[in-house]
Design a binder for this molecule. Structure first.
Ligand code: CAA
Length: 399
């Protein structure tokens, strides 16, 4: 018998660092026209983690916000904690295991980490949807957390960013119902990678842009082959956004490749998904879902019932095209006022501080005076063990 359980995203919470660098400031130090970064790349600010923040603390903040919004019955239903990241902190222990010691989650759950560059968040989402479909009494806490770091003074530097998204995936979700049809395309390509001995990613920029666009088309065709909707049926398109200009390129590529299906589409079909990303920068695994949140938080009209086509891309490379429908209760699962407040209350740092923070030229212990507003802090490494601290006094501000 066909399983008709509807599954998808029930809660969606964002966490970004307190600090940012303006792309104007970066351009000044690179001695290039700021228009290249602001217009050519499409970024205005880069979220910068403090030395006491890493992917674990970012993830813990986002995940705790989801947990704080749940009823006790919903919290008890969490059977699985999935941590998706490109910027893992350990070769063996998962980020999810670290989270078990920091957030208020029941211990009777399986906790693990998954990786495939920026695609891992979507791998986690689809895995979680399948689990919720076969076991509708269970829900899954999925956290996608990343710090995008490239070599200093390299072309990728202007696309850096940091942030985390946490989602509760369940049956009968409040926010987005994810359709069962999904199209994939995977191949072995060296467009972006990070050897174990590097903190920063290596990238072949031109190859990565071409691979993204080619794999998007192939993934969409596979999605159609599996019975998915035509591009013409979507109210919104939400693309993985390494920098917002890449979403413009993706839209134009679809427009050129699928002329009939795209003929009634305008830039308005994706522009609103770029609002947050432009202010944050690349967040790898979280980026697609920050695009979704940007749409839900910033849409002027009620978007209930509207359909979204998603494209997820992870260099290396894996692409997936999938779709979903926004539920009429979507506003119950997001924290719009809080997200906007968080973005507006961050503070600007200067270039020298950015270099200290992003490239960690000094040890966290030497920066003891720096305390981010995070509920969770990374306080250093003792006996090769990462040590974290929960700051009980810091409560999320009422929006
Ligand atoms: N005013 C306005 N625009 C200007 C300008 C000016 N003064 N000067 C340059 N520009 C424009 C250029 O015309 C160009 O626009 P188009 O792309 O529309 O042609 C744009 O600014 C960028 O200029 P360049 O192509 O010369 O930039 P670059 O070569 O220095 O770097 C990049 C661009 C290769 C994307 C680099 O930022 C990079 O390597 N980024 C990291 C890799 C990446 O994000 N790849 C995306 C696909 S891979 C992926 O999606 C996975 C992931 O998350 C990493």
């Amino acid at each position: 018998m066909e399983n008709t359980t509807v599954v998808g995203i029930h809660k969606l919470e964002l966490y970004i660092p307190d600090s940012y660098l303006t792309l104007n400031s970066l351009a000044e130090h690179h001695d290039i026209a700021p228009e290249k970064y602001i217009l050519g790349i499409g970024q205005s600010k880069m979220a910068v983690p403090s030395p006491d923040e890493d992917v674990i603390t970012l993830a813990a903040n986002a995940a705790q916000s989801v947990l704080d919004s749940l009823t006790s019955q919903e919290a008890q239903s969490i059977s699985t904690l999935i941590f998706a990241t490109e910027s893992s902190v350990d070769q063996s222990k998962s980020g999810a295991a670290y989270l078990m010691g920091l957030i208020d989650i029941q211990s009777n759950c399986r906790a693990f980490e998954i990786k495939q560059a920026c695609y891992a968040g979507t791998a986690g989402l689809q895995m979680a949807c399948d689990l919720a479909k076969t076991r509708p009494e269970e829900s899954i806490l999925l956290v996608a957390s990343d710090i995008a770091r490239y070599k200093q003074n390299s072309p990728g530097e202007c696309t850096q960013g940091a942030g985390a998204i946490a989602m509760l995936i369940s049956a009968n979700p409040d926010i987005v119902e994810i359709d069962p049809e999904r199209g994939f395309y995977s191949t072995d390509i060296m467009d972006f990678w990070r050897p174990n001995y590097f903190k920063h990613a290596l990238v072949d920029g031109e190859l990565s842009k071409d691979a993204y666009l080619n794999i998007m088309n192939k993934s969409y065709l596979n999605y159609i082959h599996k019975g998915g909707k035509s591009l013409a049926e979507f109210d919104w398109l939400c693309f993985h956004q390494p920098f917002t200009k890449m979403a413009n390129k993706a839209y134009r590529h679809l427009k050129e490749s699928f002329v009939d299906e795209m003929k009634d589409k305008t830039e308005a079909s994706y522009a609103i998904t770029q609002t947050y990303g432009r202010e944050i920068g690349n967040t790898y695994t979280a980026s697609l879902y920050i695009g979704l949140l940007s749409l839900l938080d910033n849409a002027e009209q009620d978007v209930s019932g509207q359909k979204i086509g998603f494209f997820s891309y992870g260099s290396g490379a894996v692409g997936e095209f999938f779709s979903g429908t926004i539920n009429q209760n979507y506003r119950l699962g997001i924290s719009t006022k809080h997200n906007k407040l968080r973005l507006s209350e961050r503070h600007e740092i200067n270039y020298d501080t950015y270099i200290d923070y992003m490239y960690q030229t000094r040890d966290v212990g030497q920066l003891e005076h720096i305390k981010s507003q995070s509920k969770f802090r990374f306080i250093g490494i003792t006996d090769h063990k990462r040590v974290y601290q929960r700051c009980p006094m810091l409560k999320r501000k009422a929006a």
